[in-house]
Design a protein around this ligand. Structure first.
Ligand code: FUL
Length: 741
């Protein structure tokens, strides 16, 4: 009796503590006090909500990135800042065509790299000559941002700008402003330039140095002269730094908030990077994230790339809780810039649609890069993919199979502002369909604007054979969760919230059907050159009760392939069992009846079985040089730390005619990435001649295989790879695989 009374009193005290401490209204950032109880922290987390701009950004869902500049012409991933502006040899540009394709894909906004790391500007800046004004394009009068902003208006797209804080032109050029150790003094932004007045008369005064002044002046131009800007994208990547240059972010932010009040800032407090450039979204992408310092006033870029940013365990140790959605950014092509239409791979529509469902349907924003080519257009291959993806999105998600269904009306009314509160012990709801329907997708949304993200785990059941069958389980919902499962025919579905923070508010449920296509294929080759072709194992965010989803979905298909570079058809060779492929391009596609899936193509080079190691600069104990050519991606060679250039020399067993070399980096960490090197050959394996030099950019963020095509093919048996540059600070190299084509 006494014990019970104490328990009840304790319980009420706890509730009182939570409510008295935390009688809070929803906010974008909430401070956690020292020694605060777990319950109180959860209470606060359940009140962290997006700003109006963040909510709009989430509702954009699918947006475009455009990487365009000197790299488009030099075919580099990163320029060095010393390029002659004339390399940007553009004759025509068709931004209407870009916008039409984005609309076809269902995108709502486009972000243009108005200045990438090389410092070259794509608009008519008053503050530099290093840009489009110094090229032959439209006699130096061209302005890509202007063209794009006009097309955006015409096609109803929002516009965003990527302005790289890292600026190699300003670093390398002797009069460059970056890291020039100039004094911090009071400066007026914008600095007036005779003959080029601004229509916008706003003036700012900031105490900044030369580079920050330059950056602010440029922000002023792009935020006032090109219509409403909806996103400003700050890249955290820095190929180089100089002079201890720091950024006056408080000034940048004040200027952005004043001049572009609708813009979200990427890389800072508004939008975070998802942490990879491959299109991966976390299984649990919670946008209520933990911060040590106040994200609204912090002066440095935050690393928000850890796997877990917002679970209970993480937020219990936070000083601030902040709402910050992730952007899942990736490129439709290998690399961020256009290179060519022969060797540069383009993602299939299957791939892009899969990323769409996992990112948008995983509580994040999908930012897909489509790099225009040297004619200033999207290449036809990219256009086809965008069209196909757009029609898949419309065909799947514009048809709601809960049309006419019965259940809580707030969930079915198509209005994101109405919601069902799961309170008073109710943690599930049932929807009665308008007859039997075959479905394989469910979409759920929470009322995040008012109630934050509260669901931590949920399950969906379908009524099959007179009982409930669980068809999907996932963690959070947030802005949007798309659940994917093998098709089921049912007349009733039930959603169960299994774990949550306070009372969840669900605003939407719909059911859909995606017509499954013949599966995408994957190749794997062993040391003997034998290739196995199998359906790609897509990552599904659901647990279909012990079933292997990918295998279930991928039935009834056949695979046809070619080895002569031609496109596979039903008349090509049929794949029955693994086959040896050496020195050839393998192209394969799956078929279900007459429908063909995406073509998978890969150049396979010299088989590595008879290769021998004839020299290596050094190797650490458990990472021997042999790992660099064992045909196993998991293992890698690591040289010892040294200031000397690492190298590895190989005997290929016999003479081969080689036209390219592929470097596959290890993906366990970002140290030891090979940024540049030389290919050397030898007659005897003793004396070496350099025949090729290569450079690879952006390996730390994007550790995908890189191929360097030789200027002239070489014939050799002995070959050496000399590493002349390593990305990052570590002075050793890591190589998962070397291949010669
Ligand atoms: C990275 C950059 O280094 C790449 O070149 C690209 O712009 C990508 C979006 O961000 O950090």
């Amino acid at each position: 009796m006494r014990k019970n009374t104490l328990f009840i009193v304790g319980y009420f005290l706890l509730i009182f503590q939570i409510y008295s401490q935390n009688n809070i209204t929803p906010q974008n950032t909430i401070k956690i006090e020292r020694g605060e109880s777990k319950e109180s922290i959860i209470y606060k987390a359940a009140h962290v909500v997006p700003t109006a701009n963040q909510l709009d950004a989430l509702r954009n869902e699918f947006i475009a990135f455009i990487h365009f500049g000197p790299n488009t012409f030099t075919r580099m991933e990163w320029g060095n800042g010393m390029e002659d502006p004339a390399v940007f040899d553009l004759k025509t540009v068709d931004t209407d065509q870009w916008c039409r394709s984005m609309k076809d894909a269902g995108m709502k906004m486009v972000i243009l790299t108005v200045k990438h790391h090389d410092g070259f500007v794509l608009w008519q800046s008053r503050y530099t000559d290093h840009g489009i004004m110094s090229t032959g394009f439209q006699n130096g009068k061209g302005d890509i941002l202007r063209e794009l902003s006009k097309s955006c208006k015409k096609y109803g797209l929002k516009l965003g700008v990527y302005l790289s804080p890292a600026d190699l032109f300003q670093i390398e050029n002797p009069d460059g402003l970056y890291g020039n150790l100039s004094k911090y003094t009071k400066r007026t932004i914008p600095r007036e330039v005779p003959g080029r007045p601004f229509k916008n008369k706003t003036k700012f005064e900031f105490v900044v140095d030369d580079y920050n002044e330059y950056f602010l002046n440029q922000l002023f131009e792009i935020l006032t002269e090109y219509g409403e800007i909806h996103e400003v994208w700050f890249d955290g990547a820095h190929p180089k730094r100089k002079g201890g240059q720091t950024y006056n972010y408080a000034a940048w932010r004040e200027l952005i908030h004043t001049l572009a009040p609708k813009a979200v800032i990427f890389g800072r407090e508004d939008i975070r990077w998802c942490g990879n450039e491959a299109g991966g979204t976390r299984d649990t992408e919670i946008n209520v994230v933990a911060y040590e310092v106040n994200p609204d006033t912090a002066s440095v870029f935050h690393d928000m790339t850890a796997e877990d940013l917002g679970s209970r365990e993480i937020i219990y140790n936070a000083n601030y809780l902040h709402y910050q959605p992730a952007e899942t950014n990736t490129s439709i092509r290998e690399g961020w810039f256009y290179r060519d239409d022969t060797n540069q791979k383009v993602r299939s529509a299957d791939d892009v649609f899969d990323i769409y469902e996992r990112s948008v349907g995983g509580n994040s924003i999908f930012l897909l890069n489509i790099p225009p080519n040297r004619e200033g257009e999207f290449s036809s291959r990219d256009i086809e993919v965008l069209k196909d993806v757009g029609s898949r999105i419309r065909e799947t998600y514009d048809v709601n199979l809960l049309e006419g269904a019965k259940g809580p009306v707030e969930l079915l009314d198509g209005n994101q502002d109405t919601y069902l509160l799961l309170e008073n012990g109710v943690d599930e709801f049932v929807i009665i369909l308008n007859g039997e329907k075959t479905i394989n997708r469910i979409m759920l949304q929470e009322a995040i604007a008012t109630h934050s993200e509260r669901v931590e785990k949920h399950a969906v059941d379908a009524w099959v054979d007179n009982e409930w069958r669980e068809i999907a389980v996932a963690s959070n919902i947030g802005y949007k969760r798309i659940l994917r499962f093998p098709e089921v025919t049912t007349s009733k579905i039930r959603v169960r919230v299994l774990e949550s923070r306070l009372t969840p508010a669900i605003s939407h449920i719909s059911a859909h059907y995606y017509k499954t296509r013949p599966p995408q294929l994957d190749f794997s080759r062993d040391k003997d050159g034998v290739v196995t072709i199998a359906p790609m194992q897509t990552v599904f965010n659901w647990n279909p009760i012990g079933e292997n989803a990918a295998d279930n979905l991928n039935t009834g298909y056949e695979v046809y392939y070619t080895l002569d570079g031609s496109e596979p058809t039903l008349n090509s060779a049929k794949y029955e069992s693994p086959l040896k492929v050496e020195y050839k391009t393998l192209k394969a596609a799956s078929y279900i009846n007459n429908a063909r899936g995406a073509v998978r193509s890969e150049d396979f080079g010299v088989v590595k079985r008879d290769w021998a190691l004839i020299g290596v600069s050094s190797q650490v104990n458990n990472r021997p040089a042999l790992n660099a050519f064992d045909a196993v991606k998991r293992t890698y060679w690591q040289s010892e730390e040294s200031t000397e250039n690492p190298f590895i020399s190989l005997d290929l067993g016999e003479k081969y005619l080689l036209k390219a070399f592929t470097y596959t980096p290890q993906t366990f960490h970002s140290n030891g990435m090979m940024a540049s090197g030389e290919i050397q050959i030898s007659e005897n394996g003793a004396t070496w001649d350099t025949v090729e030099k290569f450079e690879f950019g952006n390996l730390i963020n994007d550790p995908t295989p890189r191929t360097h095509y030789f200027e002239k093919p070489v014939t050799t048996r002995y070959i050496r790879l000399l590493v002349t540059g390593i990305a990052g600070v570590e002075k050793y190299v890591t190589i998962s695989e070397i291949d010669f084509l």
